[in-house]
Design a protein around this ligand. Structure first.
Ligand SMILES: NC(=O)c1ccc[n+]([C@@H]2O[C@H](COP(=O)([O-])OP(=O)(O)OC[C@H]3O[C@@H](n4cnc5c(N)ncnc54)[C@H](O)[C@@H]3O)[C@@H](O)[C@H]2O)c1
Ligand SMILES: O=C(O)C(=O)C[C@]1(C(=O)O)C=C[C@H](O)C=C1
Length: 391
């Protein structure tokens, strides 16, 4: 099946999905599932009744209710194959405890921007903690609630998944199919590295955008005339400052340590500009600007799926746990994009992991790192047509 083809009920990776929290991210996910995997039944949960009504009116959820509605419990107990927690971090414990009380042992993932709290809570509360695979779509906006949600929000976005050695390979495979089926790409990351990484590319930038607005506001007179001078540069660098203060306070405090050290580093970088100005050091000043300009120009543009040159990698999984997590994390670290994952169960206790890679990343590094990690690996080119017939 081709990547953009609709996944109907028969071949959607999960046939019944509970999306908890129908705000910007949860409702966008429900909308994307309705559009691209129409056979998957989606039950939405939100504390706001109007939001639940909007989600069903739009056809994004088959049903939606508050958390105490018996229909939610019945869905979890009888039907649900995947729970996605898309609430602010503060609501996590309540839902994990419900899943424990209702004996839910299916797959769980989340969209939460930080992993500090949820990792500990999932390990403590879930009846089947190995089936929790942390997730984080690196897409969003400054808007909040279902009003800002869009069914195409995740197209072309990177979606972090953090498997570990206890992750069931098939669970990861199904989540990978779900994410790629929404036209996003999976980036695997070690869960303990998640919060430090997103502090640098998401949380510090948010605080910098807020600081720029603080600076401009401090210089605005009652008529706000300075704000009328703000052009593209100011608007580009401050868009996210309009995000929900409550949501971002929750994010910041769940990632306080990494955020604090990122802000300290940021202050020191600003200090370098100030020091160079003070001492008349044009050389240093220009070097700082030039390094930043080079890095900005090298930032990857929006990802467009490529199926021109595909490569199959086959890795025997015999007597080894955590293969999927290890292999996918290595692939992500060298920029390789895994288009699809298959697990060939050759005989009992004997399986081969088959990955289809697009033509991105450093295949030489991938090969070397996999071999260094003790895997025996074989690579073979695959024609797109051939792949289109692999189901
Ligand atoms: N905003 C972004 O750009 C972005 C991007 C990626 C991930 N995230 C993460 O995804 C999660 C959701 O963010 P969002 O932007 O959709 O927030 P949001 O404020 O738009 O939506 C949150 C939704 O959760 C509901 N909610 C709050 N408490 C609840 C509870 N106890 N039970 C059920 N529903 C509850 C709210 O009514 C609202 O509809 C957050 O953890 C956030 O960190 C956000
Ligand atoms: O507003 C956007 O464009 C976003 O991508 C939102 C954004 C980000 O800025 O990093 C915000 C929080 C996340 O957890 C992920 C994405």
């Amino acid at each position: 099946m081709t990547e953009s083809a609709e996944l109907n009920g028969a071949n959607a990776p999960f046939s019944a999905v509970a999306v908890i929290g129908l705000g910007l991210i949860g409702a966008s996910l429900a909308g994307a599932l309705a559009a691209k995997m129409p056979g998957a039944r989606v039950f939405g949960v939100d504390t706001d009744a109007a939001t639940c009504a909007a989600a069903t009116d739009r056809g994004w959820c088959d049903a939606a209710s508050g958390p105490d509605d018996p229909a939610f419990r019945a869905f979890i107990e009888n039907d649900c194959e995947l729970v996605v927690i898309a609430t602010p971090v503060a609501a996590v414990d309540d839902y994990l405890a419900r899943l424990r009380d209702w004996g839910y042992t299916g797959v769980v993932t989340d969209t939460i921007s930080t992993k500090g709290h949820i990792l500990a809570a999932a390990a403590e509360l879930l009846p089947a903690p190995a089936r929790y695979v942390p997730g984080h779509p690196m897409a969003g906006s400054e808007q909040s609630g279902i009003a800002g949600a869009r069914a195409d929000l995740f197209e072309g976005a990177n979606w972090i998944l953090c498997p570990d050695e206890s992750t069931v390979p098939e669970d990861f495979q199904h989540l990978h199919e779900l994410v790629t089926g929404l036209d996003a790409r999976v980036v695997s990351l070690r869960r303990e590295e998640h919060d430090a990484a997103v502090a640098v590319v998401s949380h510090v930038p948010h605080m910098v955008a807020s600081s720029l607005m603080q600076l401009a506001s401090a210089h605005a007179d009652d008529t706000g005339s300075i704000m009328r001078l703000a052009a593209g540069g100011f608007k580009d660098t401050t868009r996210i400052a309009a995000g929900s203060p409550k949501l971002w306070c929750g994010i910041a405090f769940d990632n306080a340590c990494a955020l604090k050290s990122g802000l300290d580093e940021m202050a020191s970088i600003l200090g370098s500009f100030a020091a160079a100005l003070e001492t008349g050091d044009r050389e240093t000043f220009t070097r700082l600007l030039a390094e930043a300009a080079d890095a900005r120009r090298a930032l990857p543009a929006a990802w467009v799926p490529s199926t021109e040159k595909l490569l199959e990698v086959r890795i025997p999984m015999v007597n080894r746990t955590g293969v999927v997590a290890e292999v996918c994390t290595i692939a992500s670290s060298v920029g390789c994009n895994i288009q699809s994952i298959d697990i060939d169960h050759i005989s009992e206790g004997n399986a081969v992991l088959s990955l289809i890679l697009t033509d991105e990343g450093d295949i030489g590094q991938l090969s070397m790192q996999l071999i260094n990690a003790g895997f025996s690996v074989s690579f073979s080119p695959l024609m797109p047509k051939e792949y289109a017939h692999v189901e």
